[in-house]
Write a protein that binds this ligand. Structure first.
Ligand SMILES: *Cc1c(COP(=O)(O)O)cnc(C)c1O
Length: 399
């Protein structure tokens, strides 16, 4: 088992940050120097099993040989062009994303939030084109869609919104899986319904198939767009390409990002042909989004993902079973929620100290929403590594 990194190592780096960085992050006492597979290493070579994987970004773990190969080759050729010219990989990546999502067109951005902004602008533009009053949005309590003004306006968590008001108005929030509330909230003035099929940052809450079908039906009936934010739950995380597939619905707009370019910043907004009409020539754009390096790596990511979907389901089930056993043994655990390799351990009290306990035992995870331990392990996690994770967690939760 790894001992923790000696404190002076962490402190010298932390001191510099405290002096020169905006103090917006409460970091764990760990300096990561490199990663390999599902493990990261600190400055002293101690090893940690990474069960949060860059908050869902490092779905292929670290230093995946196929990613390194295309990354190096493409970096030698061209890292960035601009959207003034063509390169070989944007169209090909768009084609692949359309094929797996069933949607028709893609826009590339540099992050999840930015991909959300494109989606929100499309929703607004299409609503207004139908009727000047059709500008309202319906979103979910406990949701998370990013930190820009637009994304923040539909993020149903007062703790993130309060200091920045007034935000874009006309958003109605409904509780996840509240069918009656949703039916009441959607009207002819609704331009879009926005949801995460599995709420991620809010604590891993899968939406029911019934709720998703209702959202689809209400959106269609009121000529509103249904927007699925799959930034965290999409691209294989739940064992299928997209989490909405489990319910059989098809959204009008899908947002993806986190694992898309294996650690390079890339987000994609996918549109049906009809939704895409809302953003014609010149109405949206970006400098960085969809560069050749990020797109080429993303194409490789999707090729690798093809082969990993069965493992995601298998290891997801194994972890789920193991966590349920831990819940029966450890009274601090009140509930386990999961969808594939997106797992939550609901605690009866705040869990920040448990993150540190886990670190001391060689496991990196995250506490979200104060009382939820969140696991977003890499898709390449093996059965042995899943069992290692469960063993450490069992020990950490013996409090
Ligand atoms: C992380 C996340 C975002 C924001 O993505 P960034 O890349 O941090 O901008 C948006 N929506 C969901 C569901 C997320 O999990």
């Amino acid at each position: 088992m790894s001992p923790t990194q000696s404190l002076p190592q962490v402190e010298s780096i932390a001191q510099k940050e405290q002096k020169f960085l905006l103090q917006i992050y409460d970091r764990y006492p760990l300096v990561v120097t490199r990663g390999c597979g599902c493990y990261v290493f600190d400055t002293e070579g101690n090893r940690y099993l990474d069960a949060i994987a860059g908050i869902g970004v490092n779905a292929l773990g670290y230093s995946h040989p196929r990613i390194i190969e295309v990354l190096v080759e493409q970096a030698q050729q061209c890292i960035h062009t601009s959207n003034l010219v063509y390169h070989q990989y944007q169209g090909e990546l768009a084609e692949r994303l359309c094929a797996i999502s069933g949607l028709d067109r893609a826009f590339f951005a540099s992050s999840g939030t930015e991909a959300m902004e494109a989606a929100l602008k499309a929703v607004r533009a299409q609503g207004r084109a139908l009727h000047l009053r059709k500008t309202k949005l319906v979103a979910l309590n406990n949701s998370f869609h990013g930190r820009t003004f637009g994304s923040l306006a539909i993020t149903g968590q007062p703790k993130y919104q309060r200091p920045f008001g007034p935000l874009a108005p006309q958003v109605t929030f409904v509780d996840p899986n509240d069918n009656i509330g949703l039916a009441k909230a959607v009207t002819d003035d609704t331009a879009g319904i926005i949801l995460e099929p599995v709420l991620g940052e809010g604590g891993i809450f899968p939406l029911t198939a019934e709720f998703l079908h209702l959202a689809r039906e209400l959106a269609s009936r009121h000529h509103a767009l249904l927007l699925a934010d799959e930034t965290q739950c999409g691209l294989g995380r739940t064992g299928r390409y997209f989490a909405y597939e489990w319910s059989g619905i098809k959204p009008d707009i899908v947002v993806t990002a986190k694992p898309l370019a294996a650690g390079l910043p890339l987000g994609a907004t996918l549109f049906t042909e009809q939704a895409a009409q809302a953003l014609p020539l010149g109405l949206h754009g970006t400098t960085f989004g969809g560069g050749p390096l990020a797109c080429r790596v993303a194409i490789e990511f999707l090729s690798i993902l093809d082969e990993l979907l069965p493992n995601i389901r298998l290891i997801g089930d194994r972890l789920r079973g193991g966590l349920e056993e831990i819940r029966r043994r450890r009274p601090i655990v009140t509930e386990i929620r999961s969808a594939g390799l997106m797992l939550a351990i609901q605690l009866s009290r705040p869990g920040h100290d448990l993150v540190i306990r886990a670190l001391q035992r060689g496991l990196l995870l995250n506490c979200t929403h104060d009382t939820v331990l969140r696991l977003l392990p890499p898709y390449i996690l093996s059965s042995e590594q899943a069992d290692e994770l469960l063993r450490i967690l069992d020990d950490v939760l013996a409090v």
